[in-house]
Structure formats: C-alpha cells, structure tokens
Design a protein around this ligand. Structure first.
Ligand SMILES: Cc1cc2nc3c(=O)[nH]c(=O)nc-3n(C[C@H](O)[C@H](O)[C@H](O)COP(=O)(O)OP(=O)(O)OC[C@H]3O[C@@H](n4cnc5c(N)ncnc54)[C@H](O)[C@@H]3O)c2cc1C
Length: 452
C-alpha cells in the first residue's frame, strides 16, 4: 500500500519547526588556532564545550560541511539515554568487568549532568526526564527483556532497571503489555540542543564555520575549499560521514523517522506517555519514539539497506518502504493513530563499529583525535566522549575506559555489503516470526552471528 503521507509530508526533521536557526559564514583564508574540530554535531560541540570549560579563552575553531546539526545530531529521536549499544556482558568481554561498570556508571551520571547543564545554561531543549519504557510484546521479547534485567543485575545496576507488570506499564503507556522501565533516560529536542550549544560556544569565543567541508584533515592542519586552519590539535568528529576514511572501523547505517501532527489531549489520554517517557519495544529491527513537547509522536526505526562501499546517500533519508513500515509499526502499537496525519519524514546516518563499541582516540604525537561509533546511542555518549577528548587534548590522558578502544575491522566488500544487508533483512523476518509467537528460531541466531 502506498500511503499519502509519502508524497505529502515535509521531507525534513520535525525538529526544524520553530527552531531558532543562525547562518554562519564559511572559512576563507588562513588562520591559526589551538584546536580545530571537523564536524559540527554533538561530538564536535561537546568537545569544544569541555575544552572551553577546562580552559576558558582557549582558541577553538569548528568546521562544518553543511550547517551545525546537519548530521544525526540534529535529526535524532531525542533519547538522552544511558544506553550503550552492546550489553554489559559483551562489553566486559572486550574491556573487562571493572571498566564496564565504570563506563556504565559514567553514562548514568551523564544523563543527569546534561539535564542539569541545560537548566544551568538556560538551554531550552524541551527536556523531560521521564525514563524509558521498552514494551514486551510476546514470548521472544520476554527472553530479551529478562536478559537485559539479568545483565544489569550482574553488574550491580539492579536499581537502574525494573520489570513492570501490565498494570504498571499501563500507567505509563496505554497498552496491554508488560515492559522494562529504565529511569536513566530523558527526552530532548535535538535541534534546540545543538543550536543552543553552538550559541553558548560562540559566547565563549569558539569560531564556527558552516558550509566549510574539510577536504584534507591531518596533523596540524585542516583544509577546506577556500581556507586553511593551522592548529596544535585536530579532532575528526565526522562520525558516520567519515566511515570511508576509517580503515573499515565504522560503517554508516541509516535510521529513519516520521512525526505525526500535534495530537489532541483525547488521543494522548488513550496513548499515555504522560511523563514523556521514551518508548521502544524488544523487536530485532529497533524502533523508538518520543512524545514531543508540542504533543506529536516522533517515531523512528531502522531497516534501510546499507550502501555498498560505506557511502552515505542523502536519498536514503527518504526510503518509502521503511517510512511505510514505521507508520505500520506505529499504528500496530496505537491503532487510534490510523488516520493521523504524518507531517514530517526524514532519516540520517549513524556510525556502527564492528563490535558496536564507541571510541575516543587521540594520538599524542601527531595530535589528531577521532571519536564516534555510537550506533543509535550517541546523544549522551557524545557528551562523555567530548569530555574525554578535551582531557586528552589538554592533559594527554583520560581515565574513560573506552579511550583508545579499537574495534575490529569490518569485512572488505562485497562481504560487508552481503553480511549487513542479509542481517538487515533477516532481522525483519525474525520480527515477523516472533510476532506470530515463535521464540529463538534459527534466523535469530543467524542475525546474531552476522552482526553480533
Ligand atoms: C534518525 C536518527 C535517530 C537517532 N536517535 C537517537 C536517539 O534517540 N538517541 C541517541 O542517543 N542517539 C540517536 N541517534 C544517534 C545520534 O544522533 C548520533 O550518535 C550522534 O548525533 C552522533 O553525533 P556526531 O556529532 O558524532 O555525528 P553527526 O551528528 O553525524 O555530525 C557529524 C557532522 O560532520 C559533518 N561533516 C561530515 N563530513 C565533513 C567534512 N568533510 N568536513 C566538515 N564537516 C563534515 C556532517 O555534516 C555532520 O554535521 C540517532 C541517529 C539518527 C540518524
């Protein structure tokens, strides 16, 4: 079925509505600075934030190919969560148990810190600290939910996760399911956060160049078509956009979103999310949602195919098939939204390392840093990673356990294309099987083997 909204919805993030946008000039000529940051997403902005926090007056330039927040940072689902993309058990296999506990503790604290920081700096990012609800919609979901709870318990985080029975779930979301509740999650308006951070940095003297694509990034210098920045330190914050230069450490994977028109109080009475809880469930092909401050439902998920050679294609932001599936998933959860108007649809690339574990890396000899690989959990991680990067630049060390983490390389093409796209298709098939009541089929294990 071809839905009308595919033709009628605005092809841009709902977050662009009412956002206070500023246009900044591009880099022209040659300048010297202490640190140049390539990429004006949250990685770059938080790195600049922490540099200026630790050393007021430090000279920092940011070069952004398009405009601030053009990438995932201005388009995401707005979950300011404490989630790491891998389970704690899996993370402990690569970095050890104590370090895993330390990273997760830092993530829990970071959610509160960003919420407080928004208050302290009068950043009006529509923050609501309502936790997250992951619905358990069948026996296969139950298995994954129990594994999550067990994972947190094993690492001493039992108070950070709770199994909610149907009654307690319905107090938050009007569905007839059990769920897993995590208190350490807020929702934010991504575009407002990015814009407010950029203005805060400019007040601190950071220079932001938009429409300034770095054509060469190396030790001590960054070139753009019309300019050159000479610097003591250089940080590459291109995330998914830098995948082709990452030596197969990261691949770009799309995430897609749709947003409804503002919904009436009567409809919200039937849906819930009274505390603006972030919402998802336990299917394989991830979906996520937030009730926005202006009472829309913004609903996202994955499913767009991976592009051969790790290319980022802007046409992938408007995948009719995936946007239709998102609409169907949303209506499946909330049938009262069947006739609701979808006003916006969009997508964006996120960076996925082979072991789904992000990194912050700074070479103290050539003074070039790289960070990213947050999969779909970068809103809080960028804050933590930016702080670590600032310390690495200023002091040459930081105790964050993911500093220097090296993911294994992704397979060369065409194996990479075959593997990722096969896993992508199988994940949707597993979801269909599981919604028919099957648990732990062969397909699910194949998906784990391909991407786990
Ligand atoms: C649709 C979607 C939903 C998501 N939902 C969530 C969520 O709810 N919660 C969560 O935690 N995470 C979410 N994520 C992931 C999260 O948004 C990202 O992990 C995070 O924003 C990454 O920030 P970044 O600054 O590292 O990268 P980006 O925001 O992608 O920034 C990279 C920037 O580099 C610029 N750039 C690229 N090449 C060059 C160049 N040569 N020169 C100069 N600049 C360049 C780009 O234009 C871009 O602005 C989502 C992602 C997407 C796409």
């Amino acid at each position: 079925m071809r839905y009308r909204f595919l033709a009628e919805a605005h092809r841009r993030p709902v977050w662009s509505e009412g956002a206070q946008e500023v246009t900044r000039s591009s880099l022209v000529g040659t300048s010297s600075t202490e640190t140049v940051i390539v990429g004006g997403g949250l990685s770059g902005l938080w790195t600049a934030f922490w540099l200026t926090e630790y050393s007021p007056g430090v000279l920092v330039h940011i070069v952004e190919a398009e405009r601030i927040g053009h990438g995932a940072s201005g388009r995401n689902g707005g979950w300011l969560s404490s989630l790491l993309p891998v389970s704690l058990t899996d993370l402990s296999f690569s970095i050890g148990e104590d370090r895993t506990v330390a990273v997760q503790t830092t993530m829990f604290e970071a959610v509160n810190e960003v919420v407080d920081l928004c208050l302290r700096h009068s950043i009006d990012a529509d923050v609501a600290h309502g936790g997250s609800v992951s619905l358990i919609r069948g026996p296969a979901h139950e298995v994954r939910a129990q594994a999550d709870i067990e994972d947190y318990r094993r690492f001493g985080f039992a108070t950070h996760i709770a199994h909610l029975d149907r009654r307690h779930t319905a107090e938050r979301v009007r569905v007839d399911n059990e769920s897993v509740f995590r208190p350490d999650c807020a929702v934010i308006h991504p575009r407002r956060l990015v814009e407010a951070l950029a203005r805060l940095l400019e007040d601190r003297g950071v220079v932001i160049h938009e429409n300034s694509r770095a054509t060469s990034i190396g030790s001590g210098r960054v070139e753009t078509p019309n300019g050159l920045l000479v610097a003591n330190s250089v940080v590459d914050c291109r995330e998914a956009y830098g995948a082709r230069d990452s030596g197969r450490r990261v691949v770009p994977i799309q995430s897609s979103m749709i947003a409804t028109e503002p919904l009436s109080p009567k409809i919200w009475e039937r849906i819930g999310l009274f505390g603006r809880e972030a919402l998802s469930d336990y299917r394989r092909q991830i979906v996520y949602a937030q009730r926005t401050a202006d009472d829309r439902l913004a609903f996202g998920g994955r499913g767009v195919g991976y592009s051969y050679g790790s290319r980022v294609r802007s046409s992938a932001d408007f995948d009719d098939r995936v946007h239709s599936q998102l609409f169907e998933s949303m209506v499946d959860l909330f049938p009262e939204l069947r006739d609701t108007r979808i006003t916006h649809r969009w997508g964006g690339p996120l960076g996925v390392p082979r072991d789904w574990t992000w990194t912050v890396d700074f070479d103290v000899h050539d003074r070039v840093g790289r960070m990213g690989g947050y999969v779909g959990d970068g809103v809080t991680s960028t804050y933590v990673a930016g702080r670590a990067m600032a310390r690495l630049i200023m002091e040459g060390a930081d105790d964050l356990a993911l500093v220097g983490h090296r993911s294994p390389r992704w397979e060369p093409e065409p194996l990479r294309w075959i593997g990722i796209n096969t896993a992508n298709r199988l994940a949707s098939m597993v979801d269909r099987q599981e919604s028919a009541g099957r648990v732990g089929g062969v397909l699910s294990r194949v998906v784990d083997a391909l991407i786990g």
